[in-house]
Design a protein around this ligand. Structure first.
Ligand SMILES: Nc1ncnc2c1ncn2[C@@H]1O[C@H](COP(=O)(O)OP(=O)(O)OP(=O)(O)O)[C@@H](O)[C@H]1O
Ligand SMILES: [Mg+2]
Length: 402
């Protein structure tokens, strides 16, 4: 009998029941260790439901990587929408990733498209678009809960005007119903005193919710819930969860913890082991780095990925913490050739370098005078160069042709 590889694969034993519960964008029903934060939000926002149109809310959620900010904002807004709909209130939620929608124009357009999907792209100023947003939600008698996620990155690039403009717009509508509430989300949102009106600043400052990083026990509780959803019964050892929680507690990063769990499971499958032993978690740690977040890298334009690949190769080659921008550009031209892409000029490359820096993916600084001449030095944030290289090669391969 010829070998049937499909049947082989289908009959192969797996420790997983449903891997999708370990994916980065899955938001579980319950979020252990974030109950107090969810309650605070509910207390602040309940007036949107008890007296719709009379008040709006502005809140900021701040906290370190993987501390559950996005998950809480999404779960909370979903519960708000459900509660509103049970009471006949047309509350709508919209989650906008400001790393992807990189300008106020694109953010406002994204909002407008939510209500008017056929809206043409060109020919309007951001202010006009925002005005149209107000008109359309007025005419449809809706309320909007806007989640501006990854706002710290946006503010670094564009300043905090977006918060200012939206807040002013909401507050200035004295006699009209209040229809838009905002939750801004980010690691560390710089509210620059000079660009804000005092009253807006003080409202925002009163409404900041800070998330602490998770400790090892919290991470373990989060993982236990996922194990039940994603794995076959009794395949993941408690010790494995302990090892993962301890590793991830250094940063308090739940995303990293979940990724280690997933990778440990994958390793068990590769070894055809029926049990996920602690050693698989330790191996997983060696294979990945918490800063290698797929969502962030996938959102980058191909050229920026190539430039990053060039940076990681230069750094690997010279075995130093920093490479000069000249060295990186030279490598970049080689990489472009390899991928059959036309290399771009210095000014453009320079812009990408700034952008990657704002994303926190590389680290730039000026070289000391006399050292290697005055130039810009490029380093990687925290990820080992060869690990970044492998990660990018995989990513470029999986997106090629798409
Ligand atoms: N309390 C929790 N219970 C269950 N899962 C959680 C909890 N907190 C975070 N997670 C999960 O961990 C992962 C990372 O969480 P999340 O995306 O909310 O982090 P974040 O604070 O937004 O991080 P970043 O600053 O990098 O955007 C997600 O898959 C999320 O579902
Ligand atoms: Mg997030």
């Amino acid at each position: 009998m010829p070998r049937d590889y499909v049947e082989d694969e289908l009959s192969r034993h797996s420790v997983f029941k449903s891997e999708q519960f370990l994916s980065a964008d899955y938001v579980p029903e319950t979020l252990p260790h974030r109950e107090p934060e969810l309650r605070t939000l509910a207390q602040a926002f309940k007036t949107l439901i008890t007296s719709p149109g009379h008040t709006s809310q502005k809140f900021i959620i701040e906290g370190p990587v993987g501390s559950g900010k996005t998950a809480v904002a999404k779960r909370f807004s979903e519960q708000m929408v459900q509660a509103a709909s049970r009471r006949g209130i047309r509350l709508h939620k919209l989650h906008i990733n400001c790393r992807v929608n990189k300008s106020t124009y694109l953010v406002y357009l994204r909002i407008l498209r939510e209500f008017n999907s056929g809206f043409p792209r060109r020919g309007h100023s951001p202010e006009e678009i925002l005005q149209m947003v107000l008109e359309v939600i007025d005419s449809q008698d809706r309320y909007l809960m806007l989640i501006l996620d990854e706002l710290d990155y946006f503010i670094k690039q564009r300043g905090a005007e977006i918060l200012y403009d939206l807040t002013r717009l909401i507050d200035d509508r004295l006699n009209a119903p209040q229809r838009i509430s905002i939750i801004g989300v980010g690691r560390d949102i710089a509210l620059d005193e000079s660009s804000f009106d005092r009253s807006i600043l003080s409202t925002l400052q009163r409404n900041i919710l800070r998330f602490d990083k998770y400790d090892s026990e919290a991470l373990c509780d989060i993982l236990k819930d996922r194990v039940v959803l994603a794995f076959q019964p009794n395949v993941v050892m408690d010790e494995t969860l302990q090892v993962i929680s301890d590793i991830a507690s250094e940063r308090g990063d739940a995303r990293y913890a979940i990724e280690l769990l997933w990778r440990a499971g994958k390793q068990a499958d590769r070894d055809e082991s029926k049990v996920v032993v602690p050693d698989y978690a330790r191996q997983a740690k060696a294979d990945t780095h918490p800063e290698l977040r797929k969502e962030v890298f996938t959102a980058l334009p191909v050229q920026s990925k190539l430039l990053l690949l060039a940076a990681s190769r230069s750094l690997k080659e010279i075995r130093s913490a920093y490479a000069t921008i000249g060295e990186v550009e030279e490598m970049y031209r080689t990489v472009c050739e390899e991928y059959g892409v036309e290399p771009r000029a210095h000014t453009q490359v320079w812009e990408w370098v700034q952008d990657l820096n704002a994303h926190g993916l590389i680290d730039t600084r000026r070289s000391g005078a006399g050292q290697r001449g005055q130039t810009t030095l490029v380093g990687l944030s925290d990820v080992p160069a060869d690990m970044l290289e492998r990660f990018l090669l995989d990513l470029l391969q999986s997106t090629q042709g798409s």
